[in-house]
Design a binder for this molecule. Structure first.
Ligand SMILES: C[S@@+](CC[C@H](N)C(=O)[O-])C[C@H]1O[C@@H](n2cnc3c(N)ncnc32)[C@H](O)[C@@H]1O
Length: 387
C-alpha cells in the first residue's frame, strides 16, 4: 500500500520527525496498515497508517525493502541496543520505547523472564502475532502479556484488553533495583506494571541520600514506594504518600521484602497533605515529588503549570536548610524550559535560594530522539536549599 504526501509532509520526514498529519496526506487507501510513504511517486519511508486518525502517518524506516521486514529489523536493533540482556535479568528494562526506538505505537518491557507488550497503533494490531513470534525467538520468555488497555488505543479506534499471548505470566513479578526488592504488577499496575522510566533517577536519589543522611524524608506520589525504599536505607524515617490504597499495599509489601521498617505509608491527596504539613510547620531534609502528568493535552498547560508550581512551592517551604528536593514532571507538553521556569517561580515566591544540583531525564532505556521533542517527556531536577 502507498500513501502520497505533500511537500510539507516530505520536508517533515527529511527533518527527522516521523509524524505526518492528515492535512499533509494527499492520497491513500481506506484501510489502516503498513504503507510506503511517497512524494511525487518517489519512496520516502515506511510508516504506520491510520486514515481515521488526525495523526495519519508515523514513519519508522527510510530504507527501501519490505515493510514488515523493516519493522522487525527495528525491533531487533532496539533489543541489541539493550545488550547484554543478562545484565537486566533481575530488574526490569524497557526493550522498545515507541518513537524513541523507531517503532511508533509499540512498547515492550522485559521484567525478569516475562515480556509485557503494549500496542497503541491500529496499523500494528494485525502484526501482533509476528511481533510475539519475534520476541519468543529472540528472548525465549516464560510468558508474554499483551497489556493493551492504554488510553492511546481508544484514540486509534482500537478495543482495550489484557491477555496472555504466550506461556503464562504471574500476577506479580519480583525484581531487584539496587538494594530494593519490588514487584511489577503486569496486569493491574500502572504503565506496564512499574515505572522503569524513573529507575536511574531513583538510584541517583539513593546515592545523594547516602551522602546526606536525611533525618526525615517525604516521598510524594510514591506509587509502589520505590524512591522511599531507596532513601529509607540512609534516612531516620520516611513518609510515603499516594492517593491509591492499592499502590500503597504493594509499597508496604515491597518494604517488607526489602527488610525495611522505617517508612510510614499514608493514603492521601498530595495537595491536601502538603498543605496540612505546611500548616503544622513540619520540616523535612529530603522531599521527592513525582506526580502523574498534569498536562495530558497542550490545552491543559496553564492549569498544569499552576498545579506543578503549587506542589513545588509547598515542598520548598517544608524543606529544612540544606535539604534536598527531587522534583519531576512526566508531561512532554511541559518543556524543560517551562519546568525550570516553574521551579524558579516557586523558589522566588517562597523567598529561598536553591542550588540546582543537576537536571536529569528518563532512564537510558527510554531513548530520546533529538529530532522528536515529544520523546523527551520526563524532566527531573535535584535542588538543594541554600537558605
Ligand atoms: C508517576 S507515578 C509515581 C511513580 C513512583 N514515584 C515511582 O518511582 O515508581 C504517580 C503516582 O501518583 C499517584 N497520584 C495521582 N494523583 C495523586 C494525588 N492527587 N495525590 C496523591 N497521589 C496521587 C498515583 O496513584 C501514582 O501512583
Amino acid at each position: 500500500m502507498t500513501v502520497e504526501v505533500s511537500k510539507r509532509g516530505a520536508a517533515r520526514l527529511f527533518s527527522g520527525h516521523p509524524w505526518i498529519y492528515r492535512s499533509d496526506v494527499i492520497r491513500g487507501p481506506k484501510e489502516a496498515g503498513l504503507v510506503a510513504i511517497t512524494h511525487r511517486g518517489r519512496f520516502l519511508a515506511y510508516g504506520l497508517y491510520n486514515p481515521d486518525s488526525e495523526l495519519t502517518l508515523r514513519a519508522y524506516s527510510r530504507k527501501a525493502g519490505e515493510a514488515k521486514a523493516r519493522l522487525l529489523e527495528n525491533l531487533e536493533a532496539a533489543i541489541q541496543r539493550r545488550e547484554p540482556l543478562e545484565a537486566h535479568r533481575d530488574g526490569g528494562v524497557r526493550l522498545v520505547h515507541a518513537e524513541g526506538d523507531r517503532l511508533p505505537g509499540l512498547i515492550v518491557d522485559l521484567y525478569g523472564d516475562y515480556v509485557v507488550m503494549q500496542v497503541n497503533a491500529l496499523a500494528l494490531e494485525a502484526l501482533i502475532p509476528d511481533l510475539v513470534q519475534a520476541l519468543i525467538r529472540r528472548l525465549s520468555p516464560k510468558g508474554i502479556l499483551l497489556r493493551n488497555d492504554a488510553r492511546g488505543r481508544v484514540l486509534e479506534g482500537l478495543p482495550t484488553y489484557v491477555r496472555v499471548a504466550a506461556g503464562s505470566v504471574p500476577e506479580k513479578i519480583w525484581l531487584r533495583e539496587g538494594a530494593a526488592q519490588y514487584a511489577s504488577l503486569p496486569y493491574e499496575g500502572q504503565k506496564t506494571g512499574a515505572f522503569l522510566d524513573q529507575r536511574d533517577n531513583r538510584l541517583y536519589a539513593a546515592a545523594l541520600a547516602a551522602r546526606k543522611k536525611p533525618q526525615r524524608a517525604l516521598d510524594v506520589f510514591s506509587y509502589h514506594g520505590l524512591f522511599a525504599l531507596h532513601i529509607s536505607r540512609h534516612a531516620g524515617e520516611v513518609i510515603a504518600v499516594d492517593s491509591s490504597r492499592l499502590a500503597l499495599d504493594q509499597a508496604e509489601e515491597n518494604a517488607r521484602r526489602s527488610g525495611i521498617s522505617n517508612i510510614r505509608f499514608v493514603e492521601a491527596n498530595a495537595f491536601d497533605l502538603l498543605r496540612s504539613l505546611e500548616k503544622a510547620r513540619e520540616g523535612f531534609d529530603l522531599i521527592v515529588l513525582d506526580p502523574p502528568s498534569f498536562a495530558r493535552k497542550k490545552h491543559d498547560l496553564p492549569k498544569a503549570f499552576r498545579a506543578y508550581k503549587e506542589i513545588n512551592l509547598r515542598a520548598m517551604k517544608l524543606l529544612r536548610p540544606g535539604g534536598l528536593l527531587f522534583s519531576a514532571s512526566c508531561s512532554h507538553h511541559l518543556s524543560e524550559a517551562h519546568f525550570e521556569a516553574m521551579l524558579r517561580e516557586a523558589a522566588a515566591d517562597v523567598g529561598r535560594s536553591f542550588q540546582l544540583l543537576t537536571k536529569r531525564s528518563q532512564s537510558w532505556d527510554h531513548p530520546i530522539v533529538l529530532n522528536v521533542p515529544e520523546t523527551h517527556y520526563l524532566k527531573f531536577a535535584a535542588l538543594e536549599a541554600l537558605t
